[in-house]
Design a protein around this ligand. Structure first.
Ligand code: BG6
Length: 516
């Protein structure tokens, strides 16, 4: 089928962004993976698009020993790997704003040195207005760092006076379960107000995830059918081909439920199923997201196998490349029972969704990278075409393709030219890149800018985090007690037989993972 043709002018496409004001960034974990894979390139993009103020600087803090110049060289390498066609001059101008300090996060002395360094750099760059602390470190270090920021007075430097000028960015997962999340929140809220805390879930920064609300609430035709009367079921998939990579230390203690399900998956579910907020204001949107999460029916621990399946990848191959067992990966405990795959069936107990199953699945080392939300509508109530049985009329499916081929498609039945009753399924497609003619921006770019601008819409609020742990903690505890290991699946699988059973017993099927 032919694509929707772009009819947009350049002005329609380019939406003016508000640039950030003067800001200093302190990144804890500056020699680590997240800083080099995502943060530096995203901040550089903001700089390249004139969205960073002239008076910006970044002080990286890490355990590795680097001089400022050495840090700048590593930063340039990381940015070059992520950004094509960049000007060497721009890169140099940007990295001249980067500084580095090394030390032990548990040592008071480090924070005293940070204080002295910030005072010098503030003077040099003339930044006295705003300070962002970014915790890009493993979650077990969050409390240590926050407590030190507080005890050394860095959580509220006198010069900044008002608290709203200091922000704390915390990566997910926020806690390991309900109890640890509450403990962490307690520690943080001794030093920072909720209005200063930016809990990052980078899925909320993806253009396609943000578009869910526009799609639903800026068009009149979808909302009337967005409910139990017209929708048969919803499938949400986050499938990855990558394995644990070099993050064994973190991942083996987390697993797919904490790493993806508690945050990215539930946020997407909330956006697709929540009620319309009264306005596009951070708290109104977050109120509705939390309300939706609160209405998810708790798991019945006695019949867990009926609604939840966990798996762990074994040896296999993807695109002809042989891949090893999860248990053989470097840094993974040989007896690990950590899940790399989760499938679950959820119900939402409210008027809109009563009785509509939501099937969610996420896994590493699956056959394809594919993140999508598929809404399957009910079948027509009756087939008026004598030669076509009702089962032969496939339902309409609306797919919000989150990545990698960002787009939206709607399947429908159409008459094929020829015999009087000859039908076929077609797709009406919209593809972001073809229409908007731009590469999709990195989610962190949006989130970092919003944080500097003080907009919390795309960040998780604690009541939402707490609600998601209330739902998942009983499940985590049940799995901990269970002596049996997760089901094994070969790397490169579409799914697991046990996960197939979970949906097939309802006479439905998982959608095939799309090869993009
Ligand atoms: C991260 C998880 O939050 O999201 C990773 O920790 C996962 O394990 C990643 O690979 C997936 O993000 P994306 O944007 O590639 O879908």
């Amino acid at each position: 089928m032919q694509q929707i043709r772009p009819t947009l002018t350049k002005e329609d496409i380019i939406c003016a962004e508000t640039p950030a004001g003067p800001n200093a960034f302190v990144v804890f974990g500056a020699s680590g993976d997240l800083t080099h894979r995502k943060l530096l390139a995203s901040i550089f993009q903001l700089f390249a698009h004139n969205l960073l103020d002239e008076k910006f600087y970044l002080l990286g803090c890490g355990r590795k020993k680097f001089t400022d110049d050495q840090f700048r060289v590593t930063a340039q390498d990381s940015i070059r790997q992520k950004s094509q066609f960049l000007s060497a001059k721009a890169l140099k101008t940007f990295t001249d704003k980067l500084y580095y300090i090394d030390g032990d996060y548990a040592d008071d002395n480090l924070y005293q040195r940070i204080k002295t360094r910030l005072a010098e750099l503030d003077k040099k760059h003339n930044v006295f207005e705003s300070l962002v602390y970014y915790l890009a470190v493993p979650p077990f270090l969050y409390s240590t760092i926050v407590e030190h920021l507080s005890s050394t007075g860095l959580a509220c430097p006198k010069k900044l006076g008002s608290k709203e000028h200091i922000k704390l960015v915390v990566e997910k997962p926020f806690g390991r379960d309900l109890k640890t999340a509450a403990h962490l929140n307690n520690t943080i809220s001794h030093c920072f107000d909720e209005s200063q805390i930016y809990r990052i879930d980078h899925y909320l920064g993806k253009e396609t995830v943000q578009n869910i609300l526009m799609f639903r609430f800026a068009n009149a035709i979808f909302e009337p059918v967005w409910n139990r009367n017209y929708i048969d079921h919803v499938q949400i998939t986050i499938a990855e081909t990558v394995g644990v990579e070099h993050r064994a230390g973190y991942y083996d203690k987390a697993g797919a439920l904490r790493d993806i399900f508690q945050n990215h998956m539930l946020q997407m579910l909330a956006l697709v199923a929540m009620e319309p907020p009264i306005s596009f204001d951070a708290d109104h949107i977050r109120n509705e997201r939390v309300k939706l999460l609160r209405s998810i029916r708790p798991f019945n621990i006695k019949t867990l196998d009926d609604c939840c399946v966990r798996g762990q990848y074994g040896p296999g191959s993807i695109n002809g490349k042989n891949l090893i067992d999860y248990l053989e990966e470097k840094g993974i405990d040989k007896n690990s029972k950590t899940e790399t795959f989760v499938a679950a069936k959820l119900f939402i107990d409210n008027w809109r969704w009563q009785g509509v199953p939501f099937y969610l699945r996420t896994g590493k080392r699956l056959a394809a990278k594919d993140t999508e939300i598929a809404i399957t509508f009910k079948q027509v109530p009756f087939s008026m075409f004598a030669s076509v049985a009702i089962d032969e009329l496939p339902p309409n499916i609306l797919v919000l393709q989150i990545q990698p081929e960002e787009g939206i498609s709607l399947s429908f039945q159409a008459k094929r030219p020829g015999s009087k009753i000859c039908m076929t399924s077609l797709n009406m497609d919209f593809n972001y890149k073809n229409i908007f003619l731009v590469e999709m921006p990195e989610a962190y770019q949006r989130l970092l800018l919003d944080c500097m601008l003080g907009d919390q819409t795309l960040f998780a609020r604690y009541d939402g985090v707490e609600t998601s742990w209330q739902l998942l903690t009983p499940l985590l505890h049940a799995w901990e007690k269970d002596k049996s290991p997760p089901f094994k699946y070969p790397a490169g699988s579409q799914s697991l037989p046990q996960a197939d059973k979970l949906i097939e017993k309802d006479n439905r099927k998982w959608r095939k993972l799309a090869q993009h």
